[in-house]
Design a protein around this ligand. Structure first.
Ligand SMILES: *Cc1c(COP(=O)(O)O)cnc(C)c1O
Length: 799
């Protein structure tokens, strides 16, 4: 049906009528989108079945990637590209008078994630399938994904997201493979055949129904599966209050929790975590048992990866299955568990390290709590034998302490591999945050620097640039991204540079049109597009960027000798609904934008734009149109970042701190092709521990800072005199936790270098091409190969 344009057109028209019950002329864009997507599903079905049969046979070791978030975005365009049929479809539809781009635009983003962590999981799925690796995702089918952001008078307003409102063509509901998940109740035990048997009575039962999404690799027959669990009532229940039971049950997969670094320890979140883990492990074990009598070799054929600590209950849940259902001894079960599970740490921010109060945990998961207690007791005993009398160490490393269960400790003790997500982050884990565990389990710790799918963020997001690269070096970079290095000589090829500049200009024009349509404001595509898009968080320091914009504005107003190359500052960011400080920053960006964009003396030199509802599909328009990538976190706080890599592969130059993967980008492109500034991680950590920083001194000694800070509380932004007091206080009364004022001068100096360098268009483009040439390392293909080889022990199985 995709073999040629003519047969595609015929199949499309026939299916459209059958599926929608309308003639082509009466069909809507949505009908056309759904028809085309169903055709893709039909087209891949035999390969999906084939891949499933291969994995069910359990000849090959399989990896299951458990993640509370998968930030997929849209699937149609990527699937057509990966199947190699996008050209045929585009031409066929063109002859029917339809634009494929328009049809792709009707797909609603699957936004089942908050940001970097969830998008990483989505990129990993693409790489696993494209590399023919047997790896599958497991997550939750939230009815409402990440909230939709509206801006009203400069304030963020959250609307519930409705990605399922037209149904979801990519999923298949497999109700026959549903499993039951048990909450609450009482644990009973009895002697049976010389051992204790445990079971649960009066538990609340929730049915987990799998919805499977095919994961289509790039030009391969491998079709892996993303299994998302939906929470539904159990029909067998004789509940007193049926309606309440139904609502309580469905609540478990109703909403994505907004924010992975600011959550509030709500019992519903813990319920989601166990729901994901229990459903996933039951289904993995069931499928394994179809071909194996016992689970004694489970770890040789199955690896289970937990993306951060949200699925850390996989440790006690696997123990429960092996102990209570498979009747293994503790030692047998533990050996298998710690040889099955591996864990990625994503952050060292204290507020983001998950802990659950025992008084929430124990009543909700009584048997799981017993198992965690036993794991903890045995671990503490083992420590006591290794380090007799060392109470301090035991207190620090215990899984349960001070009335709380520490999920990172559970994940480390219960897994064979613990990895950080960039070199610097992994080193901070080993040397500082998890040093106690590194001392007792040195061989568990390793690094896997994050990556992004270059097929989504370059091939799909920026087709003209992808074509230009292919013209120059051939198309092998699509399967082998590190061969982008062959582009390096083209940094000095006049024709290539000119084409690159033309493409960048086109992409800036497209983004300008989008900005004009959504905000009504016209930005100039010849200005420097300086972009900061990412979640809004104090440690990411959008405020540093804002203070610098305020300084530029003030200087342009006050100093008639001062001029700049026109620069457009573009922001996109969602703030967690309860994170009031972050919401104030959004408001501040809008207030500065209002001032700057309406000032006739300034608006030709600088503009400030906030793009509402930043998400995967808008990101695909933003990265290709960027000149400057803002990666300005307080050093040591951003574990890796992946947005930085998406900018890089689209030829934006980074202004960044010595943090996360920025450091590895610098190592590759060299100091002339990246604008680094600011405190180093060890300096930030040293101040954090020992003190010695006084933000007030920077306020007193730097007039630029003083003027901007004073404007926060002076009524400079008319009518909102006390609006930004909290921000002012964070900088001065609370001593500027993230060193915004300390790094200001260094940041302003780096911006001056950018101002100077951008004027030499040729040199700038050379640096941009050098960045693209070195971006292949940051493909998730490289990251996934490392996970497969060093952690999971899985091999490619092309079909
Ligand atoms: C890549 C990505 C992120 C992560 O960006 P960082 O700059 O690494 O924080 C967040 N949201 C979306 C939509 C993304 O595509």
């Amino acid at each position: 049906m995709f073999s040629c344009k003519e047969s595609f057109k015929q199949s499309f028209l026939k299916r459209l009528e059958r599926l929608c019950g309308k003639s082509f002329h009466d069909s809507s864009k949505l009908d056309q989108y759904q028809t085309l997507s169903m055709m893709v599903r039909e087209y891949i079905s035999s390969n999906w079945i084939g891949t499933n049969e291969q994995s069910r046979s359990n000849q090959n070791k399989q990896t299951y990637y458990l993640s509370i978030e998968f930030l997929l975005g849209r699937l149609l365009g990527q699937n057509l590209l990966n199947l190699g049929v996008r050209g045929i479809v585009q031409r066929g539809l063109g002859e029917l008078g339809i634009s494929l781009d328009d049809i792709e635009e009707t797909e609603i983003d699957a936004g089942l994630g908050n940001g970097g962590l969830g998008r990483l999981a989505a990129c990993f799925l693409d790489s696993l399938a494209s590399l023919d690796l047997p790896g599958h995702g497991m997550g939750i089918r939230y009815k409402h994904g990440f909230f939709e952001q509206k801006i009203v008078d400069g304030h963020q307003v959250e609307l519930p997201e409705q990605w399922l409102k037209h149904g979801y063509v990519w999923e298949i509901r497999n109700a026959d493979q549903a499993v039951c998940v048990y909450f609450g109740g009482e644990v009973k035990m009895a002697q049976e055949g010389g051992r204790l048997r445990f079971w649960n009575e009066n538990a609340e039962v929730i049915t987990a129904v799998p919805h499977d999404i095919p994961v289509i690799g790039y030009k391969t027959k491998t079709i892996n599966t993303l299994r998302l669990w939906n929470a539904e009532p159990c029909s067998l229940q004789h509940e007193q209050n049926i309606l309440k039971y139904k609502l309580d049950t469905e609540a478990v997969s109703e909403c994505l929790y907004p924010d992975d670094t600011h959550d509030e320890g709500k019992v519903l979140r813990l319920k989601q975590q166990y729901f994901l883990v229990s459903a996933s492990l039951q289904s993995i074990v069931k499928s394994y048992k179809k071909n194996h009598r016992s689970l004694y070799d489970f770890h040789k054929k199955v690896s289970i990866h937990i993306n951060d600590t949200h699925p850390a209950l996989a440790v006690p849940e696997l123990m429960r299955i092996l102990l209570d259902e498979e009747k293994m001894t503790w030692e047998e079960a533990w050996y298998i568990t710690v040889h099955t599970i591996s864990y990625t740490n994503h952050t060292t921010l204290a507020e983001a390290l998950e802990k659950w109060r025992i008084d929430l945990f124990k009543p909700l998961l009584p048997r799981i709590f017993m198992i965690v207690e036993e794991i903890n007791e045995r671990f503490c005993e083992w420590l006591w034998e290794k380090y007799p009398g060392d109470w301090d160490r035991i207190e620090k490393l215990a899984i349960i302490a001070h009335g709380e269960v520490k999920m990172a400790h559970l994940a480390i003790v219960g897994s064979y591999s613990v990895n950080g997500v960039a070199n610097i982050h992994s080193n901070i884990l080993k040397e500082r945050e998890m040093n106690g565990f590194y001392t007792v389990f040195p061989s568990k710790f390793n690094n896997k620097t994050n990556g992004m799918s270059h097929r989504r963020w370059l091939l799909k997001a920026n087709p003209p640039l992808a074509d230009l690269i292919t013209e120059a070096i051939g198309d092998k970079w699509i399967k082998d991204p590190e061969s982008l290095l062959e582009l390096q000589p083209y940094a000095h090829d006049a024709a290539f540079i000119e084409s690159f500049q033309k493409i960048k200009r086109q992409r800036k024009q497209i983004l300008s049109d989008i900005i004009k349509n959504s905000t009504g404001f016209a930005v100039h595509p010849d200005s420097i597009f300086d972009v900061q898009v990412k979640r809004l968080h104090a440690y990411k320091r959008q405020l540093l960027n804002v203070i610098h914009m305020m300084y530029l504005y003030n200087r342009l107003k006050d100093d008639s000798a001062f001029s700049i190359y026109p620069q457009t500052f573009i922001f996109g960011a969602k703030a967690s609904p309860t994170y009031h400080y972050a919401k104030k920053i959004i408001k501040l960006i809008h207030s500065v934008a209002h001032k700057v964009n309406h000032d006739p003396e300034v608006r030709h030199s600088m503009n400030v734009i906030f793009m509402e509802n930043y998400r995967v599909s808008s990101a695909e328009r933003i990265f290709p149109a960027s000149d400057v990538s803002e990666q300005i976190s307080a050093a040591s706080k951003e574990a890796s970042g992946t947005g930085n890599m998406k900018f890089m592969i689209n030829g934006a130059l980074t202004i960044g701190t010595h943090d996360g993967a920025n450091i590895e980008m610098l190592e590759r492109v060299g100091p002339d092709c990246i604008y680094t500034f600011g405190l180093k991680a060890d300096e930030v950590l040293h101040y954090g521990e020992k003190g010695g920083y006084r933000s007030r001194e920077y306020y007193q000694h730097d007039a630029r800072i003083r003027q901007a800070a004073d404007q926060l509380i002076s009524g400079f932004f008319e009518g909102e005199a006390d609006e930004f007091e909290q921000i002012y206080d964070s900088l001065l009364a609370h001593n500027d936790e993230y060193f915004v004022l300390k790094d200001f001068a260094s940041y302003a100096e780096a911006q001056e270098r950018i101002q100077k360098d951008y004027r030499n268009k040729r040199l700038w483009a050379e640096k941009a091409v050098t960045n693209i040439a070195h971006a292949g390392y940051f493909s998730s293909d490289r990251t996934i190969r490392e996970y497969a080889d060093d952690i999971w022990g899985i091999k490619p199985h092309p079909r």
